[in-house]
Design a protein around this ligand. Structure first.
Ligand code: SF4
Length: 506
């Protein structure tokens, strides 16, 4: 069997760790051929069609978070028009909106939950001409019937999983040319990403981890690789890619003290490079933080989300106090690490005063990097259901994280007040770090222009796409915005493909 993964990803991330994990698993356990159709930054149907014609896959596999589902639908439709390949989609959106995904005429199969074992079983069954309608995790349309199978148990032993397949992405030929996240624009370019664990202990109402944990019954949801397994991979990555820094991609880095002690000791001795993690404020206890600092941790990303203790507790199920958050940031700084603050505005029933509380809390935190996003409701989450019950949902799905449009109907704040809050947040960003939301959006997309493998034509496509997005989201031509905001232009001086600076109109 030949399977082609389609990497839609969006406009920012070229390496997709979910696809890399699935590809590694399939290659490790079978002789199936694996290919990649890379649609990052330029999701043109013609390019997709061309790739399908070259690869001639038996299976075309998509992965869809909610924001990518519209693109997946469009490409799957194109696939069905020109190929007899089976189409399958996995990821958060089919997991939590399965009826919507499987009912799309261009989709043959959806995969709910963890995909490695289910996808391999599907490919094996197809190759052998066996029945593939009874494979756990899969919903299958066949001969006019729909087969809805149960969820299989999670993979318990993370050490049994092969290392991510980076070769599929030609990793290393481009990774030092673009950031893998927006978390730290000042960090070294040669950043290699990996994960030490899967799952999360917490129940934030806006996050897809909460319903995922509930779907699996909770107990075994968090699984951690052994320290030796991680160190072995990092040694290989260090030798192969010569990074300046590692970044752990899981939403919540490991908290067990025994594990951290072993990791701090072995990592410092055998790897010795700075690394970034994400953490919860409650876990920033003295001992944990000392061990992270000892290991060489460079930065810790914290979700602050909202400045009101009452709102956080009532609507987000985040019960930590503001004092706890401030202590976490102080401790991080005292131990010589950077603290990053991520926030959400535009949540259900949020008022002007509540958002101002978030801004004020961030003023006190003095984060080394401050970012905020506008709330988007994702199917399956508790907060999505609250939005639905209160008629706050807007039609369709947002197509980008980088948007200045409210993701729901705002009922307790006027558009003018909301605009004022965004401007206040950006003013704080400029005050604390010298650049703001718009600079970050521009920087992340402009970096794509430097992607080495892109042809000149593709680079123009990327720029055009970004210009359109900017116009749509901000209601103003991007170059016009730069003309009116010369300070912003100075902060984003990346050369364009023609050698002109980005602040020059084209
Ligand atoms: S701590 Fe982070 S990963 Fe865990 S549920 Fe909350 S938002 Fe999701």
């Amino acid at each position: 069997m030949k399977i082609a993964f389609v990497n839609i990803g969006g406009s920012m991330f070229t390496f997709h760790n979910g696809i890399a994990a699935l590809s590694a698993y399939i290659k490790h356990h079978s002789e199936h051929e694996v290919a990649l159709i890379d649609m990052i930054g330029h999701p043109r149907p013609l390019k997709f069609q061309h790739q399908v014609e070259i690869i001639q896959p038996d299976v075309i596999a998509f992965t869809a978070m909610t924001i990518y589902w519209p693109n997946v639908r469009a490409l799957a439709t194109r696939a069905k028009q020109m190929s007899s390949a089976k189409t399958i989609v996995g990821g958060y959106h089919p997991t939590f909106a399965p009826e919507e995904c499987i009912s799309h005429p261009a989709m043959d199969v959806i995969c709910r939950g963890e995909g490695e074992e289910a996808l391999l079983a599907f490919l094996n069954a197809l190759e052998r001409g066996e029945d593939y309608t009874r494979i756990p995790n899969l919903w299958v349309k066949k001969d006019g019937n729909l087969y809805k199978n149960d969820i299989r148990p999670l993979i318990a032993n993370m050490d049994e999983l092969p290392f991510w397949d980076r070769d599929l992405f030609n990793y290393g030929s481009w990774y030092d040319a673009m950031p893998t996240s927006l978390s730290d624009l000042d960090r070294p370019e040669r950043t290699v990403t990996l994960a030490a664990s899967r799952g999360c202990y917490y129940d934030c109402t806006y996050c897809s981890n909460e319903p995922l944990k509930a779907m699996y019954g909770g107990k075994t949801f968090v699984r951690t690789r052994s320290v030796d397994h991680i160190i072995k991979e990092m040694k290989m990555l260090k030798a192969r890619y010569n990074p300046d820094l590692f970044e752990f991609q899981e939403e919540l880095f490991v908290a067990h003290l025994d594990w951290l002690e072993e990791f701090a000791d072995k990592y410092k001795r055998e790897i010795g490079l700075p690394f970034n993690i994400s953490y919860r404020e409650e876990l920033a206890r003295t001992k944990n933080m000392e061990l992270l600092a000892k290991a060489g941790c460079n930065s810790i990303a914290f979700g602050v989300e909202c400045g009101s203790e009452e709102y956080r507790k009532k609507y987000l199920t985040r019960r930590m106090s503001n004092r706890k958050i401030e202590e976490a940031f102080d401790r991080t700084h005292e131990l010589g690490m950077k603290a990053l603050s991520f926030n959400i505005i535009g949540m259900p029933f949020e008022t002007y005063d509540l958002i101002q509380e978030t801004i004020q809390l961030n003023r006190r935190l003095q984060a080394d990097y401050l970012q905020w996003f506008i709330y988007q409701p994702y199917p399956g989450t508790i907060l999505y259901n609250i939005c639905k019950e209160n008629d706050l949902l807007l039609p369709g799905y947002t197509s980008s994280y980088i948007s200045l449009r409210p993701g729901i109907k705002l009922t307790h704040i006027t558009r003018e007040e909301f605009q004022q809050c965004m401007e206040d947040f950006m003013a704080l960003q400029r005050e604390q770090q010298g650049y703001d939301w718009l600079d970050i959006a521009a920087q992340s997309n402009e970096t794509l222009v430097n992607v080495r493998y892109a042809t000149e034509e593709e680079r123009y496509d990327i720029m055009d796409l970004y210009n359109q997005t900017f116009q749509r989201d901000h209601g103003i031509n991007r170059w016009e915005w730069f003309r009116r905001n010369p300070e912003g232009a100075e902060k984003t001086p990346s050369p364009s493909p023609t050698g002109r600076t980005s602040s020059e109109p084209r």
